[in-house]
Design a binder for this molecule. Structure first.
Ligand code: HEM
Length: 414
């Protein structure tokens, strides 16, 4: 018996959810189902990103997020992704990668820009922009959903939030992709390329920031930062980090939800038919379910600040602890039949895609609004994007999403 148990533990140790091929090939589900069932808190002694702990179940993820004193987000320990950012020149000292009190002072600066009343102001132009883009899509002809729909829509919203020069907005997704690229690990050539893009982004934004600082306050993110106490005088790493946070936060995540929507529509045509029949009732639920199942940020990482026993495991000071939101979002104890896309699922809003606790996503409402708008405008037009080839996925255990999805748009009326 003892031998069998030993073999099982060794095998579980190899259950390394960070492997790029699992994400590129979309084969990670059975691994995490096994972790949830057999070893919900497990140690992976060796991976591309070094040793780390995996936390796979919903309640355990919440417990970690609820104890930031023990499980730190700080960049000083390596930050909030499985890859240690302090191994590079791009340390991204952003407030998501800080502990309180510095985190909270900066969070409070940004929060007023994304209150329900501020977001309400964006609703009309967003609906108009989304409808126009959908009306211009080719019908009966193949196109790439990611580059034709997801990227232009999310880039336009981000440019609006920053009041970013419209003619240069194509730069935003390029910078965002490079800033979020952790799958390159310590590769010096790719890290140099990453640095180049992130420094270019910081320089561009710094110029805009200084211009806004010299003007009276305006309702855009850069002006709000420039005229605030906590964020008007950041050092270079902190400025660059926070810009990267807002650009990646507002960009890759929502984009990959919009792309994941197409996959869900194709996997669950009956559910999509229901949404099309009653978008006023179901678009919001469909958006939330899509964000739950896509889990565009597959994990967040914390670092233990002391030796601690957690669910019977000895976690040592300095250990990396990876919370797998993709797994928590499919936890059988919380979401029965969790892989099913069900716009009427009662507890879908409990999902972990936006995290939990003091760092919970500031842009959650805005992301939901963008997705629900896309869903209801497609439904109103009787549109179904049919996937006509193998989607190309990102090889990343951090930003879970798509590079390309070939589709043909079908319309109920033709
Ligand atoms: C579907 C879209 C989105 C997803 C899945 C997402 C996901 C997340 C996650 C997982 C966190 C960390 C939570 C934690 O550590 O507990 C986070 C934080 C954050 N997100 Fe989002 N996000 C999305 C959209 C946005 C948008 C549109 C914005 C801004 C315009 C944004 C801005 C932020 C910011 C500023 C934080 C840091 C909050 C803090 O540390 O206090 N996010 N997001």
């Amino acid at each position: 018996m003892a031998e069998v148990a030993e073999i099982d533990v060794k095998e579980l140790e190899r259950l390394d959810g960070s492997r790029a091929e699992l994400w590129a090939q979309n084969t990670w589900r059975p691994l995490f189902a096994r972790l949830r069932a057999e070893e919900p808190v497990s140690y992976c002694p060796e991976s591309f990103f070094g040793p780390y702990w995996s936390v796979a179940k919903y309640e355990d993820i919440i417990a970690i997020e609820d104890d930031p004193a023990t499980f730190s987000s700080s960049w000083e320990h390596g930050g909030i992704v499985i890859f240690d950012m302090h191994d590079t020149n791009v340390q991204l000292r952003m407030f998501i990668a800080m502990d309180d009190p510095e985190h909270n002072a900066q969070r409070k600066t940004i929060a007023p820009a994304v209150t329900p009343s501020e977001i309400a102001k964006l609703t009309g132009p967003l609906r108009e922009r989304t409808g126009k883009l959908l009306d211009e899509l080719p019908v009966g002809e193949e196109f790439d959903w990611v580059h034709t729909v997801s990227i232009p829509l999310t880039t336009a919203m981000l440019a609006t939030l920053f009041d970013f020069p419209w003619e240069d907005r194509h730069k935003l997704p390029i910078w965002s992709d490079w800033a979020a690229k952790i799958d390159i690990g310590p590769d010096p050539v790719l890290n140099a390329e990453r640095e180049k893009h992130v420094f270019e982004m910081a320089a561009y934004f710094k110029k805009l920031f200084n211009e806004r600082k010299a003007l009276p306050p305006q309702p855009n993110l850069l002006s709000i930062m420039a005229h605030s106490e906590a964020m008007s005088d950041l050092d270079d790493q902190r400025f660059m980090g926070n810009i990267a946070l807002l650009v990646v936060g507002g960009n890759d995540t929502t984009r990959n939800s919009m792309s994941g929507l197409v996959e869900r529509i194709n996997l669950f045509p009956d559910a999509w038919a229901k949404v099309k029949a009653d978008p006023a009732k179901l678009a919001a639920g469909a958006a939330t379910e899509t964000i739950r199942l896509q889990t565009p940020i597959a994990h967040m990482r914390r670092t233990a600040t002391r030796d601690v026993e957690f669910r019977g495991k000895q976690i040592r000071k300095g250990d990396k602890v990876v919370m797998w939101y993709n797994s928590g979002n499919r936890d059988e104890d919380v979401f029965p039949d969790g892989d099913r896309w069900d716009p009427e699922r009662e507890n879908t809003r409990r999902h972990l895609s936006f995290g939990y606790g003091i760092h919970r996503c500031l842009g959650a409402r805005l992301a939901e609004l963008q997705l629900a708008t896309l869903i209801s405008e497609m439904a109103k037009r009787g549109m179904t994007p049919r996937i006509v080839g193998e989607p190309e996925r990102l090889p990343s255990c951090f930003t879970s999403g798509f590079e390309h999805i070939p589709v043909i748009m079908e319309r109920d009326d033709g």
